[in-house]
Design a protein around this ligand. Structure first.
Ligand code: MG
Length: 158
């Protein structure tokens, strides 16, 4: 049996007047995500899911958030590197299933472009990239638009 399951979670604070990148796509928004990289919460959760499935530690282990080399880096580069790490262990991605928690703006119009970007990096068909978005029903910090969260589950095969 060479099938491996993985999951990842990521959270970023939100702040006014900075860009909002989700799933490798810049979203038009008055608030953006704060981080050392481009703060793409969805790509970071997918990185951790892939690394977890291959038992390769976590995103912070490979890309330190204090290393100037990664300051402002496009997270698509990080995800590509993670795919290489996973491939070096003999695995390929079967599918990912993700949920993004964000109060606003609505993400549904952007889902197809995110799926396209992620599918290309993971070297899978678009049908293998499931992305769901939900609000936090105005509850807690996520509901108050103070933060964004993403969950990702993935399956690898050898
Ligand atoms: Mg992150």
């Amino acid at each position: 049996m060479n099938i491996r399951i993985g999951y990842g979670i990521d959270v970023h604070r939100l702040a006014p007047s900075i860009p909002l990148f989700i799933g490798g796509v810049e979203i038009d928004s008055e608030i953006g995500a704060v981080g050392h990289s481009d703060a793409d919460v969805l790509l970071h959760a997918i990185c951790d899911a892939l690394l977890g499935a291959a038992n390769l530690r976590d995103i912070g282990y490979h890309f330190s958030d204090t290393d100037p080399k990664f300051k402002g880096i496009d997270s698509k580069i990080l995800l590509k590197e993670v795919v290489s790490l996973v491939e070096n262990k003999g695995y390929y991605v079967v599918n990912v299933d993700c949920t993004i928690i964000l109060e606003k703006p609505k993400l549904n119009p952007h889902i197809p472009s995110m799926q396209k970007v992620i599918a290309e990096i993971l070297k899978v068909n678009i049908d293998a990239v499931s992305l769901k978005a939900t609000t936090h029903e105005k509850v807690d910090s996520f509901g108050a638009s103070e933060a964004i969260k993403a969950y990702a589950a993935c399956l690898l095969n050898k």
